[in-house]
Design a protein around this ligand. Sequence first.
Ligand code: NAP
Length: 306
Amino acid sequence: MADTDYDLVIIGAGPAGLTAGLYAARARMKVLLLEKAVPGGQILVTDWVENYPGFPEGISGYDLAEKMRIQAEELGLEIETAQVHSLNLSADIKEIVLKDRSIRAKSLIIASGASPKKLGIGEDKYMGKGISFCATCDAPFFRDKTVVAIGGGDTAVQEAIFLTKFAKKVYLVHRRDELRATKILQERAFANDKIEFVWDSVATGVEGFFGIEGVHVKNVKTQEEKTIKADGCFIWVGILPNAEFLKGSIKTDEYGFIIADAKMQTSVPGVYAAGDVRDTPLRQISTAVGDGAIAAVCAEHYIENL
Ligand code: NAP
């Protein structure tokens, strides 16, 4: 094989990427992890993690991310802040194109994670002015105020509960009459006096001059429309893969999540996917960590056989 810069390049420093990096560094592979922002991924904006084994009291998302980063770097992982623009995967050597240069590697792990989906109800206009996707970042601005949270999954329910530490009232707007979130979160939300559920309803818009003053909602069964007076609106209606740089180079599902097999192998030999960016039935820190470990070991075997 022609000269390469690295045995392995990993894209994304969430739990999947950091774990892959830790395993690759311990295997003494020449490995580089590229992260466009701060290492940690989505757990950085998770207030409290209580379903990652080994922390019986729970741990803040930020602290867990920091521990993962420190552990991987102490084992020799090199992390660089850089955004990937595109990939050239047509030859055996994988080319990772950044803004100002390209990196050549024998193998690649894509662990670029996912980002919150937008509803198109004014997110761009009101971002930072009352609309948010991050309770950990913005909940303190809503002390003793009223907020609307939209969604019925783990994120919406967990973060709505967190919001009640600050807000005096949280309306949880969900498009069905049943939550998707795991049962323990449901139990806590139902027992929380500050949360009022707005069932069978979707948000259709927001209003306010300087910031949010109200959220328009429509009942999908009765078609009745109303405005909930609120100072803030948090949107948690699912995620989309951070995979814009793929540009058709790898097989994905209809939503853009990367399709990979049990070895995390994608449609391109030597290219692996791990964590939330992968088409997977469960997106947890524990599953991302498992994906990362498998991807790194399989990448190691792949380059040994080149
Ligand atoms: P999710 O599980 O996909 O849930 C999205 C929620 O938003 C669903 O309730 C969905 O309604 C609703 N929704 C989707 N599109 C909508 C639209 N256009 N309008 C109104 N509502 C809409 O997403 P998530 O909660 O962000 O979680 C993402 C992944 O991370 C999941 O795998 C989750 O388990 C995981 N996660 C785990 C934890 C934890 O373990 N503590 C915490 C956070 C996230 P329907 O139910 O009707 O489809």
